[in-house]
Design a protein around this ligand. Sequence first.
Ligand SMILES: [Zn+2]
Length: 446
Amino acid sequence: MTDQTYWNPVLETLPQETIRQLQLKKFKKIIKWTYERSKFHREIYDAAGVRPEDIRSFEDVHQVPCIEKSMMRDIQRKDPFPYGDALCVPLEDVAVFRQTSGTTGQPVYQPDTWQDWEWWAECWSYILWAQGYRPKDRVFIPFGYNIFVAFWAGHYAAEKIGCEVIPGGVLDTKARILKIQELQATAMMGTPTYILGMAETAKMKMEIDPSQLSIDKITCAGECGASIPSTKRRLENAWGAKVYDHAGATEIGAWSFECQAQPGGLHVNDALFLVEIADVETGEIIDEPGRQGKMIITALDRQAQPCVRFDSKDVIEWAAEPCPCGRTSRLIKGGVVGRADDITKVKGVLLAPSAIEEVVRGVDGLGDEYEVIVDRVGHTDQITLKVEVLPEAQDQCQLVESELADQLRLKTNLRYDIEICGCETLPRYEVKAKRFKDLRNKPEKD
Ligand SMILES: [Zn+2]
């Protein structure tokens, strides 16, 4: 089995028409499941005049109302406590509690049955296998195992595949690096921010060159960094390893992955998930490559609290070409570009925070951390970008700064006030970073 290319050789190579038929069949089943078992879903569909038995085509699917994150927040802490009536199984069938990270507001609780939990591990097995994880690997997971789902399912999937798994739990960053060194771990998982931070700690504080350690592949998730070319390059150079992206979410599941071919995008695991892309303004479904929209996603096999047409607000676009790895699933180009909420107009120009990351991480001499603050002075938008210059580039500060300004103007069409900060003075993050601050709508001071 270890020389097999695909985790699931049947589902990963089905012709697209067959996958579409399978998706439609599963969609009918999951909407019937939610309609019959949950008052929350039934009320939404009744109000829209949608009956599960009326779903016959993808045209019908597109008419099914979307579930918004705010709707999930509103039902929390109601009966059956604490999940509310979106729950589709008896409370005693819930085996696992997790919650969302709360990056965009109050966290949402996520119940799963044991079968759901096995499904999570199965979804992650596709990811890890596609990224070259095999039973001979020793996988280190530098993550603070807690209520946020993060790398929990990645842990179980690595075990399921047959890897040896080292839970890096409450160890601090230095202790984690020493453990990787001591046990000669070959793979690890983390947010791009934290994986870069680990490399910095190893180099600056421990005199260890992370590229000389035994890690040869890293799975990144939680932020889009590993799909941003300049960030991926920094990660790969720092660790001397292949770095792969994965996008998933607590409410949805582990729906996408980059494969070893590194095609500049993510495979959608479309035997298990239905991904639709909708125009942000009009809601029109986009099927052709090259047009960005927000992702509407359905987890087709989840039981306890399935998401049916969940409006994820993740901005993505279809890639034009299939992946050379031979998987027939659809690819999204460049990973998740950002969130519809984060892509904002500054001085009338659309700005995606990931575009700034691409520039900062592409300039030699700059540290990995940065911070963006958008504010309004009088009637004018102003963007401040704080960066750190590496110790070895301190004598070329002005050159680095002018290179940064040029690249920013070229790539984002905007002017920035650049602030050079002292080394290691900007905040460091262990999970998801908060580097983009938009202060324009803050309440007026007296
Ligand atoms: Zn591929």
